[in-house]
Design a binder for this molecule. Structure first.
Ligand code: PMT
Length: 439
């Protein structure tokens, strides 16, 4: 069908890049995890720079990867060596450094970050940002990035109240730059008033909120993740290479989008996100039971688990002894969890995965039709792809559209997929949950 794919791609409501998805995320409610987020911490030259050392620790405690970039003035207040020791990464200070640029060029660095936080942000830096200066590394990164930018202003209270600063702040806020603080109180200069930088733990919490949205607020999501294990005997089993990372990343992304999440997980070496309700299971039958117990009162079901299609009809009660005779295992089909949920009366919005080694689109479309699901996310697996890997790429299909999510970390892919799911869910159920925010 020539032209078919083209038409489907054009009907995709979201552009495919990670940055586009990030722009779809609003900033309206609380969440408190920076797990796997890449934070570029800009430090400018104010006395509050001493607090940035503690801030790096707080951000890392919340799971963020932190890359520090300092202005020359900041180095007058705190040494790059301190920040390097705390962040675990060489601190960047120079725009024109052949050595640093060879490791990660400034454009690459701007793309690397999920968010830029400038803390402290001096009145001078705020003015330079307002007027689009690009005369040092930090200001250049702020211009070159498509990531959100947050500022933690820190300055004397008269400077904060000055008409020039007020006007600059207004402009920056209109551009979508987020202000964290300042607080009011005693200042380093001995005076008192608004202009104190927020404390490091307040900043870490406020930054985590920047990643939250309300796209799935009030909705219940059920997610399966990981492999299942089908016993052959008490010590052996049939399983697969699923690590659970894709499903767990979806769980985190759904929580950040405001959903109440239940995770049904096969045996994996991952910790479930704290706010998820996690049921740990081993076999496909246990996973089926746990899912069916919840499916009736869930709004969205995402089947990211790699469920064993078969189990042994009779698993041995004692360890099977080695012998030179061929060993025959008789297998029977496990229930198809995804198809069973999709077939329920009043079924939730169902999202399946298709793990294929070839003919991705053909097999995925076939699964979507056969299992009667609303959306299918297809990934190539094998030879280091999909399973186990930290990264993934997805071709997502639904009735009348499709979208490519290009190779990226499973965390970022999960956020993009959750955005797509929210979009399709709200289109199908205009009266349920929060209305999608305007892009
Ligand atoms: O866990 P990771 O290492 O991060 O890897 C992620 C992943 C590759 C496992 C994941 O992205 C993925 O593709 N999951 C689905 C794997 C799979 O079993 O695909 P399938 O094409 O065999 O199954 C199709 C769909 O039916 C899947 O949504 C699956 O969960 C579901 N299914 C399959 C069999 C079964 N008995 N019950 C099911 O619900």
């Amino acid at each position: 069908m020539p032209g078919h794919k083209q038409a489907m791609v054009e009907s995709c409501p979201l552009p495919t890049g990670r940055i586009t998805v990030r722009h779809q995320i609003g900033y309206t409610f609380t969440m408190n995890s920076l797990c796997n987020k890449r934070v570029l911490l800009g430090i400018t030259g104010g006395i509050a720079a001493y607090k940035s050392a503690e801030l790096v620790r707080r951000l890392r405690e919340q799971g963020a990867e932190v890359q520090v970039v300092m202005t020359h003035a900041a180095c007058e207040f705190i040494t790059p060596l301190t920040l390097q020791a705390l962040s675990g990464k060489p601190v960047r200070t120079e725009l024109f450094s052949t050595q640093a640029e060879a490791a990660m060029g400034h454009i690459e660095l701007a793309r690397w970050s999920d968010i830029i936080l400038v803390a402290p942000a001096t009145a001078h830096f705020i003015a330079r940002l307002t007027y689009g200066f690009a005369d040092d590394l930090l200001s250049t990164l702020c211009l070159a990035t498509e990531a959100p930018i947050a500022l933690a202003p820190a300055m004397n209270h008269q400077m904060w109240k000055n008409a020039a600063t007020r006007a600059n702040i207004r402009i920056l806020e209109e551009r979508g730059i987020r202000l964290l603080g300042p607080a009011a109180g005693d200042q380093a200069c001995g005076e008192s008033g608004p202009g104190r930088m927020l404390e490091p733990d307040q900043l870490a919490t406020a930054l985590a909120e920047c990643f939250s949205s309300s796209r799935l607020q009030g909705l219940r999501i059920l997610i399966t993740a990981g492999p299942t294990q089908e016993a052959i005997d008490p010590v052996r089993y049939i399983s697969n290479r699923s690590s659970g990372r894709m499903g767990y990343a979806l769980c985190q992304a759904a929580l950040e989008a405001g959903a109440e999440v239940s995770l049904v997980s096969g045996p994996v070496a991952l910790e479930a996100p704290a706010r998820a309700r996690c049921h740990r299971v081993s076999t496909a039958m246990e996973m089926y039971q746990a899912v069916m117990d919840e499916a009736g009162h869930t709004d969205i079901f995402i089947a990211a688990a790699a469920v064993s299609d078969y189990r042994c009809i009779h698993s041995a009660q004692t360890k099977i002894k080695k012998s030179t005779d061929p060993l025959n295992l008789v297998l029977e089909l496990n229930p198809d969890i995804l198809a069973s949920v999709a077939a329920l009366p009043g079924a939730p919005f169902t999202v399946g995965f298709a793990a294929e080694t070839d003919s991705l689109e053909e097999y995925a479309m076939d699964k979507m039709t056969r299992k009667r699901v609303d959306m299918i996310a297809a990934n190539l697996v094998g030879e280091g792809k999909g399973f186990e890997s930290l990264e993934n790429a997805l071709e997502v299909y639904w009735n009348g559209g499709s979208c490519s999510l290009h190779l990226d970390s499973k965390e970022r892919i999960a956020h993009q997929l959750i955005e797509l799911i929210a979009e399709r869910f709200h289109e199908k159920n205009p009266d349920q949950g929060t209305e999608p925010a305007a892009g």
